[in-house]
Design a protein around this ligand. Structure first.
Ligand SMILES: *Cc1c(COP(=O)(O)O)cnc(C)c1O
Length: 374
């Protein structure tokens, strides 16, 4: 029998969260961002729930190939563009649209032999300082691209560094608008945080209309997976999002721990009085962060309790005091939705680990079996 641990993917959540995005950006087309193997969910597992999107955005050519082999004929965008010249052959063969963020990529396009011109997204660096042309250099890059027979339509794109925080997007949006004012082409600006936080309604409500982002194409990632891009300022429930992944494992042993006895490696937890604990078949080798301290929330049979002691490679120990009926075979929900409908937001667990929901999803280990819910 395999270890009793399972990640369940909820296609209904993708449909719901996609609808949420469409309500926030009613006039935009939606790139469903499925990089990093669909944020750890598995591209094959999310595809059906996300096929209502207008396109798929990702980084990896192998992943683009997988999306095509699932039968997707619509747009696919490579968010970092190509890495070497021969990648362009695959772009031609699979009809991939790709980002152009540096001169070397324009050189590659100029050297690419093709009869079918390619659709590109020219990226501006508006302040993140990772990828893209500065506003000053953007127009000359556009002109160079526009002169190439290998290039078809040029769309204009940027990526905000602070859409989830107090700095917001107004300044970076102004830089983008200023440098693109008279350039033709579709625009793509917003990630999840910008989609939710910088809508028309929000801008009006805060009397900062300049902070409203309007895109022809939005690029939601994390919201589609039901995690809040700006936790803990806002929660997934606040934004009306549903979790797309549940990680659950069974209790494989219970112990009565006497007062003043320790639990787990290093005896980092010491029982104040006699207590019952459960041993859960999930550890850091499954992707549950080792750094999660005693007190990290967990659901046992849908009842909220806490972890105690150190996370080990294959096991976590949990306090059964609030769930006296739980025992061998009970289900511990590490994040997501329990059978009784109770929710444990991945963002809460991530915060205990000093990280974000993104990292926990992406860190789901290959050894964890994954099932797609009906
Ligand atoms: C990852 C990524 C996104 C999606 O970001 P979220 O915060 O998950 O919505 C959007 N655009 C680009 C360029 C990205 O790399």
């Amino acid at each position: 029998m395999p270890r009793p641990i399972l990640a369940t993917i909820h296609p209904a959540a993708f449909r719901h969260n996609l609808e949420r995005v469409r309500r926030a950006a009613p006039d935009a087309r939606v790139w469903a961002v499925v990089k990093a193997n669909a944020y750890g969910h598995g591209i094959e597992h999310v595809f059906d729930g996300m096929r209502g999107a207008d396109g798929f955005a990702l980084l990896d050519l192998a992943e683009a190939q997988r999306v095509r082999s699932l039968g997707w004929r619509g747009p696919i965008l490579l968010l970092e563009g190509v890495f070497e010249l021969r990648d362009l052959e695959l772009c031609s063969r699979l009809d991939l649209w790709h980002t152009v963020h540096c001169d070397a990529q324009i050189d590659m396009l100029a050297a690419h032999k093709t009869n079918v011109p390619q659709r590109v997204f020219l990226k501006m660096n508006v302040g993140m300082n990772r990828l893209g042309f500065t506003p000053e250099r953007y127009r000359s890059a556009w002109a160079r691209l526009n002169a190439l027979p290998q290039v078809d339509e040029i769309s204009l794109m940027c990526h905000f560094s602070d859409a989830d925080g107090p700095r917001g997007v107004a300044e970076q949006m102004a830089a983008f608008a200023g440098a693109t004012r008279d350039l033709p082409g579709e625009r793509s600006l917003s990630n999840s945080a910008a989609i939710l936080r910088h809508t028309v309604e929000q801008a009006q409500a805060t009397a900062h209309p300049e902070a409203c982002v309007v895109s022809d194409w939005v690029r939601p990632g994390i919201v589609l997976y039901g995690s809040a891009p700006d936790y803990p300022e806002q929660t997934a429930a606040h934004w009306g999002l549903q979790p797309s992944m549940t990680l659950a494992a069974k209790i494989i042993a219970t112990q009565i721990v006497p007062a003043r006895a320790g639990v787990g490696y290093g005896s980092s937890f010491v029982a104040e009085s006699e207590m019952r604990i459960g041993v859960v078949a999930c550890g850091y080798a499954d992707g549950y962060p080792r750094i999660c301290p005693t007190g990290t929330p967990v659901l046992v049979d849908g009842v909220r309790t806490r972890t105690v002691g150190r996370v080990s490679m294959d096991m976590i120990t949990v306090d059964l005091t609030p769930v006296p009926t739980a025992g061998l075979g009970s289900t511990a929900t590490l994040w997501g939705r329990a059978a009784n409908g109770a929710l444990l937001p991945i963002d809460e667990v991530a915060a205990c680990a000093g990280t974000v929901g993104y990292e926990l999803m992406c860190g789901l280990a290959a050894r964890v079996p994954v099932e797609v819910a009906a």
